[in-house]
Design a protein around this ligand. Structure first.
Ligand code: AMP
Length: 397
């Protein structure tokens, strides 16, 4: 894969056509469910037979870097997209030659690497947390002296859900932090610690012909680096909401994105916004759109990739999305099997989404609930009162 934007001629892929998806996890499943309603057919390439997407679409069971399997995916489909960003570089370039991949490989190349991503965000005129590229312990010492502690050392590639990073809280930690992260054999980046008051995200969609739309900003609460809640509308002032949505539009346009691009940001007490990271795909913080917006992020992704007009992203209700991890499944299923008087009292509608994963392993994302309500306070009250998320509740309240 190169950083050169490959020119892809624009095609409109009409409902009835077949969409290939690299990756077969929950994001693929929800893309397929939304796209099937429009009349598309789906084939996923994923090594796990009958995983979340394989249960609702056709599947080629193979490793992601299997070029022959990717070639077969190209043969069986009219357009190809992906549901995760670490697509193998060789497979991506092969597909660019042999299939129609309207998203190209440029955005993947950019977002697979924190430094390239930061450069691209800055080039789009948007602010990121101050950072320094680190290639030696001496670099790290100098950068820590410049930013002060705490500060955050991150690997440029391969990190997710807080992995591949180290919050340096004193100069004594420098050597150990460097020695630990340097083992990942990728560049390192040191970021100034942003004392944020909130984390938010905005998901933008762009079609090949350049139409762009954004979803309402979501306020995100993480516990142990895993998304726990998305609260929408975000509890920030409307001007800041608009500014966040404008930044996401600017990034989608500046990076020539096609499909969805999720933009995660920090909000400071002073009302400043810093972009933390991007994901060129549907995002966990956009699951609330499934029932709370006129168009879901998954339908929008299909529309964008197929070059259909983008759907209306208006919010139709307050909503709080709560993630269902392995440890929450059993009590939640019990709850859903009985009449929920509390939900009636609070006038909330909890909408359950499970991803069809076999093993409810601790902290594994198994599903989510979109709690539709008259206000996010009511939705939060339902979540707290169920007693299912007590551990999470304790850790952030
Ligand atoms: P990331 O993997 O970059 O999304 O970071 C995971 C989490 O670590 C974020 O959601 C923040 O809560 C925290 N974090 C990351 N970078 C910074 C930073 N520069 N300043 C403060 N907190 C950060």
């Amino acid at each position: 894969m190169s950083d050169r934007q490959v020119n892809v001629s624009i095609k409109t892929i009409l409902p009835g056509s077949t969409i290939g998806v690299l990756g077969g996890g929950q994001l693929g499943r929800m893309i397929a469910n939304a796209g099937s309603e429009l009349g598309y057919r789906f084939v996923t390439l994923d090594p796990t037979d009958g995983g979340p997407m394989g249960q609702v679409s056709e599947q080629i069971v193979a490793q992601y870097d299997d070029a022959n399997a990717a070639r077969e995916l190209a043969k069986r489909t009219d357009v190809i997209t992906y549901e995760f960003e670490n697509v193998d570089a060789n497979v991506a370039s092969m597909l660019m030659e042999e299939a129609y991949v309207p998203q190209g490989s440029h955005l993947l190349y950019t977002t697979q690497h924190r430094l390239r991503e930061k450069h691209a965000i800055e080039a789009a005129g948007v602010q990121v947390a101050p950072y320094r590229e680190i290639t030696s312990q001496a670099d790290l010492e100098a950068a820590v002296a410049e930013f002060g502690v705490p500060c955050v050392l991150k690997t440029a590639t391969g990190g997710y859900d807080g992995k591949g990073q180290w919050v340096i809280r004193s100069e004594q930690e420098i050597a150990e932090a460097f020695e630990t992260l340097v083992k990942a054999k990728t560049e390192l980046v040191l970021e100034k610690f942003i004392k944020f008051s909130k984390e938010i995200s905005v998901i933008a969609a762009r079609s090949p012909q350049g139409e762009v739309k954004v979803f309402p900003a979501s306020e995100n609460i993480h516990v142990s680096n895993i998304l726990h809640l998305s609260i929408v509308p975000a509890r920030i002032n409307p001007a800041l909401q608009q500014q966040a949505e404008q930044l996401a539009l600017q990034i989608a346009q500046g990076l020539d994105a096609v499909g969805l691009i999720a933009v995660e940001m920090f909000v400071t007490e002073e009302g400043e916004l810093f972009v933390n990271e991007l994901a060129p795909r549907p995002h966990n913080s956009g699951h609330y759109t499934m029932e709370a917006c006129r168009t879901s992020q998954f339908e929008q992704h299909v529309r964008a990739v197929c070059n259909l007009p983008l759907g209306d992203t208006s919010l139709t209700t307050s909503v709080v999305m709560v993630n269902v991890l392995g440890q929450h499944v059993a009590p939640l299923l019990e709850r859903f099997a009985t009449h929920d008087e509390l939900a009636d009292q609070l006038v909330v509608t909890p909408k359950l989404h499970l991803y069809g994963k076999a093993d409810a392993v601790h902290n594994r994302k198994m599903g989510h609930v979109n709690v539709l309500a008259r206000s996010s306070d009511d939705a939060m009250q339902w979540i707290e009162s169920t007693g299912i998320w007590t551990e999470e509740w304790k850790s952030w309240n």
